[in-house]
Design a binder for this molecule. Structure first.
Ligand code: PA5
Length: 449
């Protein structure tokens, strides 16, 4: 069942239908290259078949471990960064109660998830340790390489805390490692300590792992129906194989490429529901790390409206005309509030009596789209029918495929991230990590430190 409608009519002031149609050949060609595995980065195409080929045994293992965690913990600490963090957070924030952390236990679906290892803030970790003193908890450490500094550091601290709290034996029953099936420090540590592990397939790169245990275990523990999520993704896999004129993935990839060619350097992913905030964070990493290389790439940015209409709205309306907007619209939010009448009408809001917040929000969106298009900002829009696991699965898959095709349209390898190494090398040198002496010397000679 299709849950996503794509509309590009608000780009037609900036692009002609002919230009869009003329992308048919090239887009279909790169889509074929993606499907037949003959393109750049073809070692990392495992994500394409994940929704259909997921092993039932693996799903059952995820579900049974998630039941175990829910039965003995109030919190699951999920440690990871980048692709080992953002997908799970996007899914959990999109599908959970907005204030889940302070809901009474009996009203919660699943248990609370708290993320760590996505920064190196001492304050963040110290505050977390303080919370954990009086809580029953477990840890899911996620790192494909098993060597990333941020999560490894957080894990060292949290593992010690867990071992002090429960003793080494019980702690080991509360640690779950999601990592490479054979390589990396985390795999070795897990084998030595006897942690339960989940494998990240070799042929799925970090930011494409949301439909592997990387995303699925934390989401299952948060009470999300991961089978529905995979069904939505499986629908997307089937649906977005159609020919260009009926294929929204292809058209989205083609249109953003055309807009980029016309000088639109920034794509702003806009939403009107706070639930989408972390989805946008996931999307930014997906497109930023996949397309931003070889001096190329659209800069992926995001805005939460109407909040940001009061901060960035001026710039979007009137600033440099180098951006386009892609709006995520939730068609049927699950809850609403009606504006009530007030006798004195001191706030002058009685003209809205009987109207729902969702209706007013929708009008705010329509007004903004009109204003921005009029102000020279092309607008693309996705209408997502509901905030369900199924819709989210379709959405994750939609953007993964669109991202791969967009990158191929610019002749870029979407599946590597060589640029991420630069800061890591400098950081290791600055921290005097053994093996980085030459890099340190270079920084000193260049007068950088
Ligand atoms: O997309 C990617 O490959 C990266 O963003 C990684 O997910 C991120 O750097 C974390 O890597 P790892 O899972 O190896 O700790």
């Amino acid at each position: 069942m299709n849950k996503i409608r794509f509309c590009y009519k608000n780009t037609l002031k900036f692009l002609s239908q002919n230009e869009i149609d003329s992308m048919n050949f090239k887009t279909t060609e790169v889509a074929k290259i993606l499907e037949n595995g003959s393109g750049l980065g073809n070692d990392f195409l495992g994500w394409i078949d994940l929704p259909e080929k997921y092993s039932l045994e693996e799903i059952n293992k995820i579900k049974s471990i998630s039941e175990k965690i829910k039965s003995n913990s109030e919190i699951l600490i999920v440690i990871g960064i980048g692709g080992s963090y953002l997908g799970a957070r996007a899914g959990i924030e999109f599908l959970s109660h907005t204030f889940k952390h302070i809901l009474p236990k009996e009203k919660k679906e699943g248990i609370d998830i708290i993320f760590a290892g996505q920064n190196i803030s001492g304050t963040y970790l110290k505050d977390l340790l303080e919370i954990l003193e009086k809580k029953e908890y477990s840890i899911n450490i996620i790192s494909k390489s098993g060597t990333t500094t941020e999560p490894a550091l957080a894990f060292r601290v949290l593992k010690n805390h867990l071992e002090k709290k429960y003793g080494k034996n019980e702690a080991k029953n509360r640690i779950f490692a999601t990592t490479d099936s054979s390589k990396g420090a985390l795999k070795q540590l897990s084998l030595k300590e006897g942690y339960e592990t989940f494998d990240i397939p070799d042929n799925v790169g970090g930011r494409f792992t949301v439909l592997t245990p990387v995303g699925l275990l934390p989401m299952a523990v948060a009470g999300i129906n991961i089978s529905e999520l995979l069904l939505g993704a499986a629908y997307a896999k089937e649906h977005y194989n159609k020919e260009y004129s009926q294929n929204d993935v292809y058209k989205y990839a083609a249109i953003r490429t055309l807009l980029h060619q016309k000088g639109k350097e920034i794509e702003l992913l806009a939403n009107y529901e706070p639930k989408f905030h972390y989805f946008a964070e996931w999307w930014k990493q997906l497109f930023g790390e996949s397309e931003g290389k070889d001096g190329k790439g659209i800069f992926p940015a995001s805005v939460d409206y109407s909040t940001d209409l009061h901060s960035l709205g001026q710039l979007v309306q009137d600033g440099k005309r180098h951006l386009f907007e892609t709006v995520l619209s939730l068609e049927n939010p699950s809850k609403d509030i009606l504006v009530e009448s007030e006798k004195e009408n001191l706030d002058n809001l009685n003209y809205l009596v009987g109207k729902g917040f969702n209706y007013i929000n929708k009008k705010a969106k329509e007004a903004t789209v009109l204003a921005h298009v009029h102000g020279g900002v092309p607008n693309l829009e996705f209408f997502i029918s509901d905030a369900s696991a199924y819709s989210l699965g379709q959405l994750f898959y939609f953007f993964e495929k669109a991202c791969a095709i967009s990158a191929y349209l610019s002749n870029v390898n979407p599946f590597d991230q060589p640029g991420v190494e630069a800061y890591k090398i400098n950081m290791c040198a600055l921290l005097d990590k053994p093996g980085y002496e030459k890099e340190k010397e270079f920084l000193i000679n260049e007068d950088i430190i």
